[in-house]
Design a protein around this ligand. Structure first.
Ligand code: FES
Ligand code: FE2
Length: 345
C-alpha cells in the first residue's frame, strides 16, 4: 500500500482516547490501538498481538500496559512484551508490536507512522481551533468510501460548489471564476475570487440575510499530505473589508484508512462577532454537515466505485483549468512517495 509514511496524520479527536479505555482504528492500512497511561500520556500500538494476532484492543489495560485477551501476554507503551505468564516466563525477543509516536494538538490526536524521527513542529497549524477568544468552533467526522486523493481533489477544486452545493455553498454566477494556484514551500494555495454573486444560502445566513449581491472568496490551503484549511466568506460587492463577518475557517483533514477508504475530520472556526443566534449557529452546523455528508460523500464514494482498482492516470482523465490544484497535489504526493521509496531502498 502506497502512503506517505513520514508525516503527521490525525487519528481522531483527542478526547476520543479516554482514560481507562482503548480506541482503535485502521490508519494507512495498519490497525492501531490507542490508550492513555495513568498520567494521561497517550500511547499508540500496533493492534495485533505478536503471538496469535488477536487485536490488542480486545484485551485490557493493566498498569500502563495492554494485556492480550487470548493468552495474557502484556505489552508496554514501547510495544515490548514485558510479561509472559506461561512456562518459565521468558519473553521471546520477537514478542513485540510496533509503537507509534503520538501527539495531542489542536484538539486532535496526531500519529506518525514512518521511520524518520517524528518532529512535532511539523504538525500542521490549526491554531484557529485553539483561539477561543477569537473563534467559536464546531466539528464533525465522516467515513468516506474512497481513496484520500479523490477527497483531496474535491477540496482543492472548489469550482464544484457552484453545481454540487448550489444554493448552499455555491450560486450560479460563480461558474467560470478563475482558479489561481500558488505554491508556498511545499504548501499549495488554491484561490477563487467570485465578484458580485448571489450569496449562497449558508453565507447569506452568516451575513446580511438580504440576498443582495456579494463578493465571495474561497482560499484553500493544502498542507501535505492530507491537511486542508479553507478561508471562505463574502462581503459587500465592491467593498474591500473583511470585518463584515461573513466568513469562517474550514478545517478539513483526511487520513487514509485503506487504499479505498478515508477518515474525514472537519471543523469550522467562526469569528466571534458573527451575527449568529443559537438557532442560526445550529443551522450553520447542520447545513455544512449536510453539504459534506449528503452531497460530497455520495459523489466521491460513487467516483471511487466507478474507478474501481484502476490507476487514476491510466484512465486518462480529461483535464480542465479547474484541475490545476488537484493535479499539482497529485504530483507532489507522487514525488514524496518516490523520495520515501528511495530512502527506504
Ligand atoms: S494471541 Fe495474544 S497472547 Fe496469545
Ligand atoms: Fe464539496
Amino acid at each position: 500500500m502506497a502512503f506517505i509514511k513520514n508525516a503527521w496524520y490525525v487519528a481522531g479527536w483527542a478526547d476520543e482516547v479516554k482514560a481507562g479505555e482503548m480506541f482503535h482504528r485502521q490508519l494507512l492500512g495498519e490497525r492501531v490501538v490507542f490508550y492513555r497511561k495513568a498520567d494521561g500520556t497517550p500511547v499508540a500500538l500496533q493492534d495485533r498481538c505478536a503471538h496469535r494476532f488477536i487485536p490488542l484492543h480486545l484485551g485490557k489495560i493493566v498498569d500502563d500496559r495492554i494485556e492480550c485477551l487470548y493468552h495474557g501476554l502484556q505489552f508496554d507503551c514501547s510495544g515490548r512484551c514485558v510479561k509472559n505468564p506461561h512456562g518459565d516466563g521468558r519473553v521471546p525477543e520477537a514478542a513485540r508490536v510496533a509503537a507509534y509516536p503520538v501527539h495531542e494538538r489542536h484538539g486532535m490526536m496526531w500519529i506518525w507512522m514512518g521511520d524518520a524521527p517524528a518532529d512535532a513542529s511539523l504538525i500542521p497549524d490549526y491554531g484557529v481551533l485553539d483561539d477561543t477568544a477569537a473563534f467559536t468552533s464546531s466539528r464533525g467526522y465522516l467515513h468516506i468510501q474512497a481513496n484520500y486523493e479523490l477527497m483531496g481533489e474535491n477540496l482543492l477544486d472548489l469550482s464544484h460548489i457552484t453545481y454540487l452545493h448550489d444554493g448552499y455553498l455555491g450560486s450560479p454566477e460563480q461558474a467560470g471564476a478563475d482558479q489561481v494556484v500558488e505554491e508556498e514551500g511545499d504548501h499549495l494555495l488554491c484561490n477563487r475570487w467570485m465578484p458580485s454573486v448571489t450569496p449562497p444560502g449558508i453565507f447569506n445566513m452568516l451575513y446580511r440575510q438580504d440576498g443582495k449581491p456579494v463578493d465571495m472568496w474561497t482560499r484553500m490551503l493544502w498542507m501535505p499530505p492530507s491537511c486542508f484549511l479553507l478561508d471562505s466568506g463574502v462581503h459587500e460587492a465592491g467593498a474591500a473589508q473583511r470585518e463584515d463577518h461573513g466568513w469562517y475557517y474550514g478545517v478539513h483533514i483526511l487520513t487514509p484508512e485503506t487504499e479505498r477508504t478515508t477518515h474525514y475530520h472537519f471543523a469550522a472556526a467562526m469569528p466571534i462577532g458573527t451575527r449568529m443566534s443559537p438557532e442560526t449557529d445550529e443551522k450553520f452546523r447542520a447545513l455544512r454537515r449536510y453539504a459534506f455528508e449528503m452531497q460530497d460523500k455520495p459523489i466521491i464514494d460513487a467516483q471511487q466505485e466507478a474507478i474501481g482498482d484502476a490507476d487514476f492516470w491510466s484512465l486518462k482523465p480529461v483535464l480542465l483549468s479547474i484541475d490545476l490544484g488537484p493535479v499539482r497535489m497529485r504530483r507532489a504526493i507522487t514525488r514524496r512517495l518516490q523520495a520515501e521509496a528511495e530512502q527506504t531502498a
